[in-house]
Every structure is written in C-alpha cells, then in structure tokens.
Design a protein around this ligand. Structure first.
Ligand SMILES: [Zn+2]
Length: 485
C-alpha cells in the first residue's frame, strides 16, 4: 500500500507538501497545511476518481469522491479536542491522506503525541487511506494481505469452524487474537461473507468487499458494548439463522442474487459510530446526531447513512445494475432503521399480520415477505444476547450494563433526578434481565412460527438464561460494603 494516491496539480504545490511532511518526519517540525492545500488535496482526489475508468458517470464519481473526503474530514473534526497540538496531528493526517499512506515514523509520532480522542480519529483516517488507494493505479485495489499469519489462522480454525451456528463463541476468537476486537471482527466477517457465503469470489470485487468490511469495522467506536464486536455478532447471528432456515435462505438469493451480501454488510454496520448512549439521551442533550436527523431515530439514521457512504465510496455498487443498486440501498436503509427499538411493537404486529395470512402468503420464503422478515430477523439478532449460550450471554450482559451505568452517571451529573437507565449498585440485575427477556421473547417466538424460519436454538437458550436469572432472585442480595478510598 505504498503507492502514491494523488498527484498535486502543480509541481510546486506537490513539493511544498512533501517538504513539510519530511520536515515533520525528520525533526518533528509542526506541520501546518493551509486551506488552499487542503482544498487542493480534495480536488485532486475528485479528479483522480473522475478519470478512473469504472462504472457511473464522471460527475457521479466526482461527487462520490467529494463525499468520501468530506466524510473523512468531518470524522477528524469530530474527533478533535480543540487542543492545538491535537489539531496539528489531525492536519498532519490530512496531509498524509492526500500525499501518501502515513509512514511508520508518522504513526509512531502520532501514537506518542496524540490524545486518546484524536488518536481514535487518526486511526480512522489511517484505515481510510485504503479508500484513497482505490483511486490510484487505474482504480484497482491491490490484493491485501491475509488478516492473520498462517500459524495464528490455523490456531483459531477450530473456534471459527462453528461460525455457522447460533451458539458460535465470538469471545473465543477475540481471546485468540490477543483481545484485538477489530481484528476479531474482521476475521469473523470475512469468514462469513467470503468463505461461507462466497459473496465475492472474483479477485477485484473480493478486495473491494474486504476493504468495505475493514472500514465498516473500523468505523465503530471503542465503546463498552456497541462496538465492532456487537456489529459482527449481529451479522454472524443473522448468517446463522438464515443458514438454519434453508428455504428462506434460498428465497433471499432467488429474489436478489446479492441479497446475502447486502444483508450481511448492513447487519455488520447497523451500529457503526455508536457513541454508547441512547436515542433519548442524544435527543435530550441535542447531540449532533439528533440535530442532523430532527430527533428521528438519530442513531439509526446516522448508522445507515455512515455505512452506506463507506461502501458507496469503495465502489461496492459498481458491478450492480441500477435496479440492483436501488434495491440494495433500500434493503440497507430499511434494515438498519428497523433496529430502532421504537419500532419493536410495530415489528411484532407486522409478524402477527403475516402469521394470520393463509398458505404461502404468510411464508417467510415468499418474495413479497423477504424484506419484512429480513428486518425482523436482523432486529432479533440485534437483541439476541439472552438467546445465546449462558456464558456468552453473561459476557454481553456485563458489557451492556456497564454502558448503561455510564449513561446513568452522565444523566445524574446533568442534574437528572431519575436516570432513564439503571444506576450502578441500585439495580436488581436478575429482575432487570427477566423484564428484558419478557419484552423480547414474543419477537423470537413469532419469528419461529413463520413457515421457513427455524429459530429453535435461540428459544432453547433463552429458557436456560431465564432459569439462571430466576434462580438468582432466590439468592440473598450481596452485602454492600462501604467503598474505601
Ligand atoms: Zn445493535
């Protein structure tokens, strides 16, 4: 990935940027790019993209390049801290982004100097430099290396072997790769999309899909629960239920040959950029997501748009016919928006209506029902924690509760007397979990009643999980000790 990615219009502009870059690398001179240089980089990228011989009109390609660049800059700004030193690092990355992928020296300096927030933003840009590579060298992505060295790949093969199962142990993969969550997520996603599903057998397109997976995973924030592991868990769960339901699985592809690819990537990206806070909190505090989307499903709208921008920028849709593109975008948007819990009741009511239909009309495999069932399945996979094997469920529970407690603390700090989420130390976890199970169980039961869907394993697991929490209610509450400071 060392190829040049953009060629400045004039030799002097190019050499000015390169000089600044090498001064920074050699002696750490602060690097400042003026607005003209940033805008030059932007237009170069757009131009490169426009002249790349691929599908779509020249204008389309310019627009998509502009969106990618703006998105990257927006991400960097979003991650900025206002600290001049951090901003200098962000500017540096703009330069690196435009001129060449960041060198080892830059990476090193960035990791030493940058604050955590800026570092997160910078990491995203480093990952996104692969987007730019798509515009160099005639527009072809170069074949990337395998994610894991051969010995490690061999070591995790047994755990990865269960990836078709609802009971797959994602945490075993995380442990096997030394706790690197994005790496684990990419390994699992590639295994599902490329190996098990064979969604992209062709060389060039395969690399586009790999690159999409990589950037979708890297687009996740490292929050406690809604991080890339939750994203890939939702994707793998959807894969598992679809595999267990062969008629539905086959019908999806019969209706649209690319349905698996689109559904899997949408599930993977369904919480991309999640900030670990609920919609209600974001609306109340007028977070930019809420402002931008008029308080309407702020998170889900953001997730859908962000994931689509990434895959669009990668050229994922380029081999698709116009009708397929429209269908793919529709499927993606509808599926991600349906993960908003505020649609849960409507989703269940829709399933009741489907179950009330006679014969094939109510079959999940009927083409007319594909999208509705797909949305219900991804929504169920998103909420599937209590339907996993007990030990897996307990791990997810720890993570999600910690994220809830963090929000409750924020609400208390904001002066709210009664936080909307449980407060650490004052919640009966068993009761809380049983209430949640009571809420989601009907969704799983209704889906399992649909002709062509097999949801038996989740329903078996949830009984075990429910018994666990019910038994916990009988145990005496732990004695709380005063905190020593
Ligand atoms: Zn989710």
């Amino acid at each position: 990935m060392n190829q040049r990615t953009a060629r400045p219009r004039s030799a002097s502009a190019k050499s000015a940027i390169e000089k600044k870059l090498s001064a920074y690398e050699q002696d750490g001179t602060a690097l400042e790019l003026d607005a003209r240089e940033v805008s030059l980089l932007r237009s170069l990228l757009m131009e490169k993209r426009a002249t790349t011989p691929k599908g779509g009109t020249r204008r389309d390609r310019r627009v998509s390049a502009g969106i990618i660049f703006s998105d990257l800059v927006a991400k960097m700004k979003l991650g900025g801290t206002g600290d001049p030193e951090d901003d200098a690092n962000v500017d540096l990355m703009i330069s690196a982004f435009g001129a060449a992928p960041p060198s080892a020296a830059i990476r090193q300096r960035v990791s030493e100097d940058a604050s955590e927030t800026a570092r997160q933003a910078i990491k995203q840009v480093i990952a996104s430099s692969r987007v730019v590579n798509a515009f160099g060298g005639g527009g072809e992505l170069k074949a990337a290396d395998p994610l894991l060295p051969a010995p490690l790949a061999a070591r995790i093969a047994p755990a990865l072997g269960d990836v078709d199962s609802w009971d797959f142990d994602l945490f075993a993969i995380v442990d096997a790769v030394g706790g690197d969550k994005p790496l684990a997520a990419k390994v699992v996603a590639e295994e599902v999309v490329l190996t098990r599903r064979g969604c992209a057998p062709d060389g060039a397109f395969r690399e586009v899909v790999r690159s999409c997976i990589s950037d979708l995973v890297d687009g996740y924030e490292d929050v406690l629960y809604h991080n890339c592991l939750h994203g890939v868990d939702c994707m793998q769960s959807f894969h598992a239920v679809s595999r267990a339901s062969p008629r539905f699985d086959a019908a999806l592809v019969a209706t649209d040959p690319r349905a698996h690819l689109v559904a899997l990537l949408a599930a993977l990206a369904h919480d991309i950029g999640h900030v670990g806070l609920t919609n209600a909190y974001l609306i109340e505090t007028q977070h930019p997501f809420a402002v931008n989307y008029n308080d309407q499903s702020p998170l889900e709208n953001y997730h859908a748009a962000t994931g689509l921008k990434i895959v669009d920028g990668k050229g994922l849709w380029e081999p698709f016919a116009p009708r397929e593109r429209r269908l793919a975008r529709l499927t993606w948007i509808e599926t991600v928006l349906a993960t908003d819990m505020s649609h849960h009741t409507a989703c269940c009511a829709g399933l009741d209506a489907l179950l009330g239909k006679v014969g094939d009309a109510g079959d999940a495999a009927a083409p007319a029902n594909n999208l509705q069932v797909l949305k219900a399945l991804v929504h169920a996979c998103d909420l599937g924690g209590p339907t996993k094997p007990l030990q897996t469920h307990l791990k997810w529970t720890d993570l999600v509760m910690e994220e809830f407690y963090d929000q409750a603390e924020k609400e208390l700090a904001n002066g709210k007397e009664k936080p909307s989420l449980p407060v650490r130390g004052s919640v009966n976890l068993g009761k809380f979990q049983l209430a949640f199970i009571g809420f989601i169980h009907p969704l799983f039961a209704k889906i399992n009643q649909l002709p062509s869907i097999n949801f038996e394993t989740p329903l078996k697991n949830v009984d075990i999980v429910r018994n666990h929490w019910t038994a916990s209610l009988d145990k005496p509450a732990p004695v709380s000790l005063p905190t020593l400071k």
